[in-house]
Design a protein around this ligand. Structure first.
Ligand SMILES: Cc1ncc(COP(=O)(O)O)c(C=O)c1O
Length: 430
């Protein structure tokens, strides 16, 4: 496969952009490859500068539930641009989007828009701390909530210790209130709550983690987390930046019939434009400035172009709800089932709805970050490269989810399965 144009662009990019990329995963470092430069994208396909075509399972890491450049969404954005790209003032579609969100995710009684998921989680935590008048928060190891300083935390020497910064530049003082727990390990969480009585403002979690690969919550785990948090008068923040409008039209909380206190969403609600949102009960959200004392703002919050694209996306989802979600799930499950039929001991697949991950490991199951760390990331890199040269773009990291969109065709899935089976054989996976 010819990639000379991309290689040259990467060389030039590295001179003026740190590492050549504006977000680290795009460097393909984690799979030992060199990134390709995308010229255009349509439906389930990416087209690079050298003229190569790929079936895209990165899907911009989640926003594109209808695939690339869906006609109706693009038209809605273009129409909005014609009316002005940003106002720094109120506009009526903000109300429409907040109402649409509320109608699909009823726990989001009130919603504030941001320009990214990172801003949404950061602001949600500030709000939770103000509301509970407590400082500590709990997060699960391996869950990602954006590049907020006090959330860039890894476990300390033991799981019940305070987290330590996972990036230089984050002072220890910033992370001393962040406690780290293990996903799918309820006893561990109980211990942390016990040790920090009346101190925990909130627990933040991806209800279905997708940033350590896809992890399936064990039976009743999420329900028990909410009950435990509420018994301790702590708030529960569901970070549904990926799962919102993806796992179901009402996100993971509808899928599992659960009620968090605050929800963060993003990605899909911007139809491919920069956006984020946090919302929850009226009494909590009413603490936000200018109603209350908790500060949150943003020059481009509620940007009219992102909002118009988001509204159109949600309307299309609403119109096609029964078909779209089932269809995406069926395609993801088909990939899982056909690979499982090969009975390869070295591959475990976690799949839920349109999200799935191939874990390269001999473990019986992968149910938390500790398990993910035992996976063979080198071999995953080789799998990535083999598929890449067959025109299949899976995520460039063992720790990212594959996204099926409504634009993936049965033919795409068949072609992907053929390439997968060939790659497994060539790599000697048993
Ligand atoms: C679950 C989750 N939360 C928050 C974020 C941060 O969102 P953004 O990249 O828009 O800041 C991400 C980004 O991938 C995410 O997956």
């Amino acid at each position: 496969m010819k990639t000379s144009k991309s290689n040259l662009m990467f060389k030039n990019a590295k001179k003026v952009i740190p590492g050549g990329v504006n977000s680290p995963v795009r460097s393909f470092n984690a799979v030992g490859a060199s990134p390709v430069y995308i010229k255009r994208a349509k439906g389930s396909y990416l087209f690079d500068e050298d003229g190569n075509q790929y079936i895209d399972y990165i899907n911009s890491f989640g926003p594109l539930i209808f695939g690339h450049s869906k006609k109706e969404i693009a038209e809605a954005a273009i129409k909005a641009i014609g009316h002005g790209t940003t106002f720094g003032a109120c506009h009526k579609n903000e109300i429409k989007l907040a109402n649409l969100i509320k109608s699909k995710i009823p726990t989001m009684e009130m919603t504030r828009l941001t320009s990214s998921g990172t801003e949404a989680t950061m602001s949600a935590i500030r709000l939770a701390r103000a509301f509970t008048k407590r400082d500590k928060i709990i997060k699960f190891e391996g869950c990602y909530h954006g590049h907020v300083d006090h959330l860039l935390v890894k476990a300390g020497s033991g799981l019940t210790t305070f987290g330590s910064p996972s990036s230089p530049g984050v002072p220890k003082d910033f992370t001393k209130h962040t406690l780290i727990s293990e996903f799918n390990n309820f006893e561990n969480l109980e211990r942390i709550f016990k040790k920090n009585k009346n101190k925990v403002a909130a627990i933040i979690l991806e209800p279905v983690p997708a940033n350590m690969g896809v992890i399936i919550p064990e039976n009743q785990f999420l329900k028990k987390v909410i009950e435990l948090a509420h018994a301790n008068k702590s708030l529960v923040i569901f970070d549904e930046v990926i799962t919102g409008f993806r796992l179901s039209i009402g996100g993971a909380q509808k899928y599992y019939n659960l009620k968090p206190d605050i929800t963060c969403i993003g990605k899909i609600i911007g139809g491919g434009f920069p956006i984020g949102a946090f919302g929850g009960k009226k009494d909590i959200m009413s603490m936000l400035s200018p109603l209350g004392p908790v500060y949150h703002a943003g020059t481009l919050s509620g940007n009219p172009v992102a909002v118009a694209a988001g509204i159109k996306t949600i309307e299309l989802l609403e119109k096609n709800e029964s078909r779209v979600y089932k269809d995406m799930e069926r395609k993801a499950a088909r990939i899982m089932n056909e690979v499982n039929d090969l009975n390869l001991k070295s591959i475990k697949i976690n799949q839920l709805g349109s999200l799935l991950t191939f874990f390269i490991t001999n473990q019986e199951s992968v149910k938390n970050y500790r398990d993910v760390l035992k996976c063979d990331t080198k071999l995953y890199g080789k799998l990535f490269s083999k598929l890449f040269s067959s025109g299949i773009m899976i995520p460039p990291s063992q720790f990212e989810a594959m996204f099926i969109s409504a634009s993936h065709t049965n033919k795409d899935i068949t072609q992907t399965l053929v390439a997968l089976k060939q790659s497994f054989k060539i790599l000697g996976l048993k």
